[in-house]
Write a protein that binds this ligand. Structure first.
Ligand SMILES: [Zn+2]
Length: 192
């Protein structure tokens, strides 16, 4: 396993359309391992191959929720995927929240995404899969698949991009408001 360098916005590779993966060979399996390792190291919830300089249609996502205190993570609660040649086959609903990107480190912006998507992809065993995602998983799928088209979330941001410190302050105020009986929606604000 190896940590890969995450390309940052301004790098031309992030604007290019990716090519389909033709075969799941040793190199692809290694790349998947390295992408997971790189994503976890950067505390992200998703990473697309072009972000590590590889113009292939492949993404990794892990939006597994933290287990409750004192509880162990159950296998069925895991939301960890490597998607080869993914394609969104249906999308509906709407969610608006902050999102970030490992290729624009330390920043976040408000993006509206579908709240429900169905994605079709090949997994690392070569099996055809269909997965339904809602909430953060739907957002991560949309964000990562945009990277495969050479698109960054900043093109879709409503308002301005803010620093993660500013976002933490907004979240703190939301929690305060919620504690006072409001019902602020609580997103995770993690980087994809
Ligand atoms: Zn991203």
């Amino acid at each position: 396993m190896a940590l890969l360098t995450i390309r940052q916005m301004g790098d031309e590779i992030l604007t290019k359309k990716c090519k389909p993966v033709k075969a799941i060979n040793k190199r692809i399996l290694q790349l998947a391992d390295d992408m997971f390792e790189t994503m976890y190291d950067a505390a992200g919830v998703g990473l697309a191959a072009p972000q590590v300089g590889v113009l292939k249609r492949m993404v990794v996502i892990d939006v597994t929720p933290d287990p409750e205190e004192g509880e162990e993570l159950k296998e069925e609660d895991m939301l960890r995927f490597c998607m080869i040649n993914p394609e969104i086959i249906s999308a509906d609903g709407e969610q608006t929240d902050y999102e970030g990107c490992l290729s624009y480190a330390g920043m976040s912006g408000i993006v509206t995404r579908p709240d429900h998507v169905v994605v079709r992809f090949t997994d690392l065993d070569g099996d055809e899969c269909e997965l339904e995602g809602t909430g953060l998983l739907a957002r991560a799928i949309c964000h990562e698949l945009d990277h495969l088209e050479g698109k960054m979330y900043v093109e879709k941001v409503e308002g301005k991009v803010i620093t993660n410190e500013e976002l933490a302050e907004i979240r703190r105020k939301e929690r305060e408001a919620a504690a006072q009986g409001g019902n602020a929606e609580n997103g995770e604000g993690k980087a994809d």
